[in-house]
Design a protein around this ligand. Structure first.
Ligand code: SIN
Ligand code: MN
Length: 276
């Protein structure tokens, strides 16, 4: 068990757990250098902002050994396993770059709604570890969460699509689940209902912080209005007992993995082997 009983209870009640400094300075340097390389790749796994800057790099482990090791790093992987109480596999893995002045917002949403509707994930036995590569303050688009909102369960919202005037989709339909104009967004009524029970928490802190959050926890973030990037890595672990069901026209493998291999830990210093 990597976490205490008290931390587990806190997670169950609030839907999140924060660990400052889970990633060391040396590891951060390795990760930042790797992200710089990955942003230069030419791949449909890179999703742009309106400005053309890289918004998200999906499935960086497809080409990066550093990233293959990061998802297996004991403090992250073992915490995820303790919180989900089973072995886990990787459902989704992405780097959100939120570039200074160009990084756009993420509307309020629950991740599990997407994974249930789009990927046929049966239950919300899934969580995400968000690793901060930059310091996060009021100005570079911190993640906003509603503590305890995971206890509401999945709240249905209507899908909204982007279509050209003649009715044909302008882009692959799964693209609307990735850009700033999200497919499933909550309305004011749902948000005010949530905020009668809880307050919005802005997750700020130094690079190296890791936030674990439940698949049904409501979250959002605003655009980056500062001159500092807000790069964060989002590793979504699903319980091995909660594999995806069959789906017609599934989203691409790099967005919703159907490789259900159990993740085994690497050694604690596995990233530092890449240090200069
Ligand atoms: C997400 O909800 O997937 C990302 C949120 C963020 O990068 O702030
Ligand atoms: Mn999300």
């Amino acid at each position: 068990m990597y976490i205490t009983r008290g931390q587990k209870e806190y997670y169950e009640k609030n839907g999140y757990l924060i660990f400052a400094d889970l990633i060391s300075r040396g590891e951060l340097e390795v990760l930042r250098n790797e992200v710089t390389k990955l942003t230069m790749e030419k791949s449909d796994r890179l999703i742009p902002e309106k400005s053309g800057a890289v918004r998200t790099i999906f499935a960086p482990h497809h080409t990066s050994e550093v990233m293959r090791r990061l998802i297996r790093l004991p403090p992250i992987l073992e915490t995820a396993k303790s919180l989900l109480e089973t072995d886990v596999y990787l459902h989704q893995f992405k780097i959100n770059c939120k570039v200074a002045l160009e990084g756009e917002q993420w509307e309020w949403h629950q991740d599990f709604l997407y994974w249930n509707k789009e990927d046929a994930m049966p239950l919300p036995r899934v969580l995400t570890a968000a690793v901060f590569l930059d310091d996060v303050d009021d100005f570079n688009g911190p993640m906003l969460i509603v503590p305890g909102s995971h206890l509401e369960g999945m709240i249905e919202v209507e899908a909204h699509g982007k279509y050209a005037p003649n009715g044909t989709p302008k882009e692959p339909s799964w693209m609307t689940t990735l850009t700033a104009d999200l497919k499933y967004k909550i309305d004011q009524q749902i948000l005010s209902g949530l905020l009668k029970k809880s307050r919005i928490l802005s997750v700020k802190g130094s690079a190296g912080l890791v936030l674990f959050f439940h698949g049904n926890l409501f979250h959002a973030s605003s655009q980056n209005l500062s001159c500092i990037d807000r790069q964060s890595i989002f590793i979504s672990y699903n319980s091995i007992e909660n594999r995806l069901g069959a789906k017609e026209n599934p989203r691409p493998e790099f967005i919703a993995s159907r490789d259900f291999t159990i993740l085994d830990p690497v050694s604690d210093d596995a990233l530092l082997e890449f240090a200069d």
